[in-house]
Design a protein around this ligand. Sequence first.
Ligand SMILES: *Cc1c(COP(=O)(O)O)cnc(C)c1O
Length: 371
Amino acid sequence: MEHGDHGTPRMGAFLHLRGNGIDKGDPVALPLVQSSMYHLPGAPDGSNSYGRADNPTWVALEHALEHLEGAPCRVFPSGMGAISAALFATLKAGQRLLIPADGYYVTRLLADRYLRPLGVIVEERPTTGFAEGGFSGIDVVFLETPSNPGLDLIDLAAVAGAVRAAGGITICDNTTMTPLGQRPLDLGIDIVVASDTKAMGGHSDLLLGHVASRDAGLVQAVEDWRRISGAIPGPHEAWLLHRGLETLEVRFDRMCRNAEALAPRLAEHRAVSALRYPGLQGDPAHNLARAQMQRFGFLLSLDLGSEEKAERFINDCPLLRPATSFGGVHSSAERRARWGDAVAPGFVRLSVGCEPVEELWQALRDALDTL
Ligand SMILES: *Cc1c(COP(=O)(O)O)cnc(C)c1O
């Protein structure tokens, strides 16, 4: 997909993105360029100059991400690196930032500890009813949908339109869905930020993040932030993510299918007192999910009634990694109350992996049966 061409990416073309641009004798796999210096005699002419500004492995990764997002992208050393870049590049002292009260908690920490003391006015609203109160006078609206970990949804097109009409900028954290599951830029959002540590990388072996935008000025602003702040990705991580992205479509499809198959079965189990999954008929967010998401995702949340039961389920099921983070090929789960999220003590966030679904269901059911 070329820049400006919207819609779901063609994943066949994606797999040949590099191959169709190389010459006889070139490696088919992406070379890893691990260099701080570039051969630079004479006057600088825009060729690679220094490792904090230029790296061919980043450029190749950004080209791949651009195909997925349908927009220019810049890579950062983590999801928080990408979120910091988007916020620091768009906000000034005296401006107002609105963020969800129940989204990824480190984003709220960043706003509280670093943006507020620099003079940014930070406001929070719950995901449910996010648009209530309108957006007039707000300079930057940060969104996360489905919210992590509650899995409530925000109507992206409605909020993007209202914020734009009020003269503000929207930033959407699309980590939980990837560009294959939800396309915020197509719904009018100005900037997408994502942690590629999760499903994009998919193998739990790297941390990275990216910023995507169709506004050239915003892309330049985050690129300048990266070069000047020094928050640059390592070339090896960039290479690993590029490799992981080649199987994103296969992995994400299996994970979403597995979650769709498991959600109704889990919801019916006697040990599960509540379950949220946007793909479940009857979920409060189901109709909006059908309207704005390409897929329903691979994250489920369940309430198992108590801390003790939730811990036993997570730690004893042989096909679950008890771990924070999500989106790996292996299913994983954690009790979010252990980090202070405002959820019940028995609330479990389950990240469904690529295991064959019946084998996974048997393991989950066996673990639930013992509770
Ligand atoms: C994990 C996560 C982040 C932060 O990403 P890192 O790569 O850990 O810095 C941001 N937003 C959401 C929704 C996340 O799940």
